[in-house]
Design a protein around this ligand. Structure first.
Ligand SMILES: C[S@@+](CC[C@H](N)C(=O)[O-])C[C@H]1O[C@@H](n2cnc3c(N)ncnc32)[C@H](O)[C@@H]1O
Length: 271
């Protein structure tokens, strides 16, 4: 492949930031000190945290995008650091935090793999969620970085689209769930040029996604030396990835009578 897929992806993510600031309602979020996001992530983490709370904990949020969830973690009492490889996303996150007047949140531009050396310290919690793993070519180095970022006893959460969802054809209008894309991991990324994102129609930049099957995710985490404490497969998700999804109290779901498919997965592990 002559194109550098990571550079192409970051170019695309840089270009999405302005649209996503609007789609996320980011300024209204910043201006309302009671506004909180990342509710599902916090619920998934709570049973594994001392006192069930992020209060007073050092948290690093990998692939934080425009920082809305990271600021939410700080509003819940964490000392939060967000990292992302998109310079535009990190600049937007810093501007939102300044607008919100949130202390205890900082943003750093770096790759996940470089985060342990760039940040130079350990954390109580590492969190990454909602549209993250597909952008990574190598889950082994990702998991090793997560383990290096954690203090002994620290907790890791990944909550992301289920690999089965990524393998489906997204744009069918006949209600059928059809496997049209690779499920199993492979070295060559899948080229995407539909301009669709989870939050807004985006510029039609070409992006590259790497499929990662569940066993690959689990093996990477275990081989990095982490102990898995919880694993979940979920029937609801935070965005309407497929046509005809119903909006429910817990997120978007396939309509009643549809074939079944897990939409998200969650994994909590401890160093
Ligand atoms: C779908 S967004 C994450 C959204 C975020 N969870 C939220 O709810 O706002 C994916 C993020 O991953 C970042 N990203 C993509 N490839 C990356 C890489 N190789 N290393 C680090 N970050 C990357 C992008 O810049 C983008 O901000």
């Amino acid at each position: 492949m002559s194109t550098d897929p990571v550079a192409a992806n970051i170019h695309a993510w840089d270009g999405r930031v302005a649209d996503h600031l609007v789609a996320y309602g980011a300024e209204a979020f910043a201006d309302d000190p009671t506004a909180l996001r990342a509710e599902t992530e916090v619920q998934l983490l709570a049973p594994h945290l001392p006192g069930g709370s992020l209060e007073g904990l050092d948290v690093v949020h990998l692939q934080c995008h425009i920082g809305v969830d990271t600021i939410s973690l700080a509003r819940r009492g964490a000392r939060a650091v967000g990292t992302d490889l998109s310079g535009e996303a990190v600049a937007a996150a810093r501007a939102l935090a300044a607008r919100a007047g949130t202390s205890d949140v900082t943003f750093v531009r770096c790759r996940n793999e470089d985060a342990p050396d760039v940040l130079g310290r350990e954390f109580d919690v590492v969190l990454t969620s909602v549209g993250v793993l597909a952008w990574l070519s190598d889950l082994d180095s990702w998991a090793r970085a997560v383990a290096r970022l954690l203090r002994p006893g620290g907790v890791f959460l990944v909550y992301d689209a289920h690999p089965m969802l990524y393998a489906l054809e997204y744009e069918r209008d006949d209600g059928q769930l059809v496997l049209g894309k690779p499920y199993f991991a492979r070295e060559t990324p899948v080229e995407i040029s539909d301009g669709l994102t989870y939050a807004a129609p985006a510029r039609a930049d070409v992006t590259y996604e790497w499929p990662h099957h569940l066993a690959e995710v689990l093996t990477a985490v275990l081989q990095a030396g982490l102990r898995i404490e919880a694993f979940g497969e979920h029937r609801t998700m935070p965005w309407a990835a497929l046509p005809g999804m119903d909006r429910t109290e817990r997120g978007f779901a396939l309509p009643p009578g549809s074939p079944e498919c897990p939409l998200m997965f969650s994994l909590v592990a401890r160093r």
